[in-house]
Design a protein around this ligand. Sequence first.
Ligand code: ADP
Length: 260
Amino acid sequence: MRGTGRCIETDRHRTTTNIMSNIIELVNITKDYVNDDVVTPVLHGVNLSIPQGQFISIMGPSGSGKSTVMNILGFLDVITTGMYRFNGRDVSKLNDDQLADMRGANIGFVFQTFNLLPRTTVYENVMLPLIYSNVPPSKRHQIVSEKIELVGLGHRINNFSNQLSGGERQRVAIARALIRNPDVILADEPTGNLDSKSGEVVMDMLLDLNKEQGKTVILVTHETYTAEYGQRIVRIKDGTIVSDEMNGHRRTRDDHQPLK
Ligand code: ADP
């Protein structure tokens, strides 16, 4: 009997440990878009557990559901059925204000199109998320300056965002994504509008944030080269995960392809 008791305790401990270490758990989720009376099923039973600190790449053809998954992960859209747990919390139990708070505190977004305000300085763009936070104004300047330095743009701090190259704009977007020190970075085709050299600089930054700061990075890309920065590569097709593999050839800073 004693042995059985210990075994149960050990299993319970293991289960608890697993739940704690997965920052994200999608359990058999579906997503239907409903426009007027037209229902479009887009995700069909997606299961995805992401441990804290993992760098995961999501690949798939256009229309396969990658952005839908990203929107759900970032609390920008809701699932139709199934369960989404973030840090062990059932997301469906949260109201809109709680979701906005969770998003602001835990998720940094990096988009293909940078989404910076034009004719607004680098400093102001990076500051923006702090305006809606409870960070006291006296501390904001230092935090903003640090993040801008981190992405190597200290010399551009007073430039307008439309005076920057694409690569520099994406680095501003990364600084903005980091401003509230999120655990998770959602990067949706972050190199899609960049030349290969600028793309590598951006990917190296995401790699460093993962390796050195332990950020969980969730990357959507259609490029195998870029996906290989991830420790794990998930492929989606027609709203279903068709493969989910650890990447034995993870790209590092030292094995860049020759520049074109
Ligand atoms: P991906 O990011 O892989 O290109 P998406 O997640 O954007 O794919 O889209 C998946 C499918 O869902 C596509 O067929 C798309 O047309 C459809 N879809 C996306 N958003 C909506 C919407 N708001 N209403 C109806 N269908 C949508």
